[in-house]
Design a protein around this ligand. Structure first.
Ligand SMILES: *Cc1c(COP(=O)(O)O)cnc(C)c1O
Length: 368
């Protein structure tokens, strides 16, 4: 589906890391990776952490999410988005997606909030549960930017903080600005199957220097800097990214522009190849958006959505790894009783999405 590619300075930087003996929680590659991520994305600050889920956990805490709050999460996402909300002691409130972006639908969300919530002293309260809806976590599905203009307006009108789950969208832009830099905070993932990998890893993005300082502090055990004293001034987390992973990240970032170009070429080849096939289309970036085409997505028409599993079985049997979108959150045991909006579109999309082989290296193979 998405294999990593290590054709750059990976060996060199890893050797440098081993030779220096700084393989763990301190070392120059962590600082370098953070500053290069900030400059690539245009975010004011980037804080490297152990994985994308940990990044989301801390980003939500910094956005003010507390025990007994609710957080708006798309039903159609990877489970990490909802899990990070649960780690804060809060409850995911599941909302629908739209077919044009595969992400949160701003218009339907607004209608849902108008009918289900009221404002109490500057907070959005779910009338049915009495809990505060503190934040929303739009996710850029398979690298395709969500409707940020629409969602930012909802966030502002209803006093809800935005944390962007940009785990899948490194190299994706909305109106020329990098995804993950629109909300109060955003997060990236560098898991093995993502656009670039550090083995495991993630980052918190923010333009607010104080939030960046807090993110660094909380993810490094909340230790007060001192040459020998062990003073921790609040409950912190051991979420820092080891130097050896950051070394891999620096080498991968150097190749990112090439990966993005290859992934776009791969999309164009698939689009042309599937154009004459009735009942299916390649999901393409929307106007005003630039997608990283992380996972290539075949969207089946409603009329043949019922044959998805047949197509999955046939392609996998023929040696092509294909897979459906995630099971929507409300169908998973831990999230089956969460508050939820109507999830019609998410359910329809889930029946009709097939992800097909998406590795950047595939574009280097000759066209069939
Ligand atoms: C990959 C991913 C994450 C974070 O994953 P980690 O494996 O913890 O790095 C979060 N949200 C989404 C949507 C993802 O695809």
């Amino acid at each position: 589906m998405h294999e990593p590619s290590f054709g750059g300075s990976e060996w060199l930087y890893l050797k440098e890391c081993l030779d220096s003996t700084f393989v763990s929680s301190v070392g120059k590659f962590v600082d370098r990776f953070e500053s290069e991520l900030a400059s690539f994305t245009g975010a004011g600050h980037a804080v490297a952490v152990v994985n994308g889920t940990a990044a989301l956990h801390i980003a939500l805490k910094l956005a003010g999410v507390r025990t007994d709050d609710e957080v708006l999460v798309p039903a159609l996402t990877f489970v990490a988005t909802a899990n990070a909300v649960s780690y804060c002691g809060a409850t995911p409130h599941l909302v629908d997606s739209e077919e044009s972006t595969l992400g949160m639908d701003a218009a339907r969300l607004r209608a849902h909030l108008v009918s289900q919530t009221e404002q109490r002293v500057g907070s959005c309260v779910n009338r049915a549960t009495g809990r505060i809806i503190r934040a929303m976590v739009p996710m850029h599905t398979f690298g395709h930017p969500v409707d940020l203009d629409g969602l930012l307006a909802v966030a502002k009108d209803f006093n809800i903080a935005m944390v962007e789950d940009a785990a899948e969208s490194l190299g994706s832009y909305y109106r020329g600005q990098h995804t993950g830099t629109f909300g109060l905070l955003g997060i990236l993932s560098f898991n093995g199957n993502k656009t670039i990998t550090t083995g495991g890893g993630g980052a918190i993005l923010t333009n607010d220097p104080e939030l960046a300082r807090r993110a660094k502090h909380l993810t490094t055990t909340a230790k007060v800097p001192h040459r020998w004293e062990f003073v921790h001034d609040e409950l912190g987390y051991n979420y820092r990214m080891p130097n050896i992973n950051a070394a891999l990240g620096c080498a991968q970032l150097e190749q990112l522009p090439g990966f993005l170009e290859s992934k776009r070429t791969l999309f164009e080849r698939y689009r042309d190849a599937f154009a004459p096939v009735p009942g299916v289309r390649m999901f393409a970036e929307r106007e005003g958006c630039r997608s990283n085409y992380w996972l290539q997505t075949l969207l089946l028409d409603e009329s043949i959505g019922g044959r998805r599993d047949e197509l999955l079985a046939a392609t996998n049997a023929a040696g092509y790894q294909t897979r459906p979108a995630w099971a929507p959150m409300h169908t998973l045991a831990p999230y089956s009783s969460c508050p939820q909006a109507s999830l019609q579109v998410a359910e329809s999309l889930q029946r009709r999405i097939i992800n097909i082989p998406s590795s950047a290296v595939l574009a280097r193979e000759p066209s069939p």
